[in-house]
Design a binder for this molecule. Structure first.
Ligand code: ATP
Ligand code: MG
Length: 307
């Protein structure tokens, strides 16, 4: 078992997800990370590929556990390519597009073909991260189908070539099945494609880890305020799962709030419009109650919703 590293910068890995994802990618080549918004799905892959650039720490040496992570498998950090899905995406956005260059028509390789180009050597994998894959359009899902079945490649008419995928071309999809925006392609992906992937469920870090994570990230912040806001975030997640709120407070929100409090020397009262701004106006009264530390049952009764 690997130690949980909570230094405010690394990936907090209580459930040994990194091992599962890493071994999953090595064995099946296709992994789905599935979890609620802000559980760190995207960040996990950025971090795995040495690209956790959302939280740059230029003067810091790589943390020990990152070295420890890769050594047992003698792997280099995968090269990362990434795109976010939307429902209108199709062949020309993802695979290839005809362009006019010097009076001639040429095929411009899009992200999928760029990823399918050979790896730099015979041991460094290339990871294609398909983010927000709940919004994968049926036509793009079709390309992945052919990449993940026995064909292991796609036919590209512009190149007059069947472009093959090697065992070092790894594919990862991030999915939030709890996303409440309506999406018609989910069912299709579930039945036809999801079976070819290893699906790994990712949850929020525990309250105690979230507290430690924030304390490490914001060492000058008021410790009681960290406890209080983590408790609040946990309650919004419970209310979200019960359909009482339209979104939960995520670790991303918590980081943003402490960041602006620190940078602007603001109190929680000063930033209340930012905190409440996460929710729609009709939900803010209830959220304010939770922020003040009231119980979920009481809060939603007081705004006219029985649990
Ligand atoms: N386990 C974790 N370890 C370290 N940081 C985390 C963890 N979980 C969340 N975070 C923090 O939350 C931020 C947002 O996470 P991320 O964007 O990866 O979530 P997500 O699951 O991809 O959400 P969405 O479904 O909305 O895209 C990260 O940049 C990181 O700061
Ligand atoms: Mg994400």
């Amino acid at each position: 078992m690997r130690k949980v590293s909570i230094d405010g910068d690394g990936y907090v890995d209580e459930a040994h997800i990194v091992d599962l994802v890493q071994v999953g990618l090595m064995s099946t080549k296709n992994v789905i990370a599935r979890g609620e918004t802000g559980t760190g799905k995207t960040y996990l892959f950025h971090w795995l590929c040495g690209r956790a650039s959302e939280q740059p720490s230029p003067n810091q040496a790589p943390p020990d556990y990152a070295v420890e992570l890769w050594e047992p498998y003698e792997l280099n950090v995968p090269q990362l390519s990434k795109f976010s899905c939307h429902e209108e995406q199709g062949y020309v956005d993802i695979v290839a597009q005809d362009i006019l260059a010097d009076g001639e028509t040429k095929a411009k390789k899009q992200i999928l073909l760029q990823w399918l180009e050979p790896t730099v050597d015979d041991k460094t994998p290339k990871l294609l991260l398909v983010d927000e894959a709940n919004f994968l359009s049926p036509s793009v899902a079709g390309f992945f189908h052919s990449l993940c079945d026995w064909q292991a490649g796609i036919w590209v008419p512009e190149l007059n070539e069947f472009v093959r995928r090697s065992p070092l071309h790894w594919l990862a999809l991030c999915i939030n099945p709890f996303e409440k925006a309506i999406y018609q392609g989910t069912k299709q992906m579930n039945s036809a494609l999801a079976g070819r992937f290893l699906t790994i469920d990712i949850g929020y870090m525990s309250k105690s880890s979230e507290i430690k994570f924030l304390k490490a990230r914001f060492p000058n912040a008021d410790k009681q305020l960290i406890d209080r806001l983590c408790e609040f975030a946990g309650n919004t997640r419970v209310a979200y799962r019960q359909d009482l709120l339209n979104v939960p407070a995520t670790p991303r929100n918590l980081v943003q709030w402490f960041d602006i409090m620190e940078k602007g020397k603001f109190s929680l009262t000063d930033i209340e419009p930012v905190v409440l701004g996460v929710w729609s106006p009709d939900q803010q009264k209830a959220v304010k109650g939770l922020l003040e530390g009231q119980e979920i049952g009481k809060v939603f009764k007081s705004v006219g919703v029985d649990q």
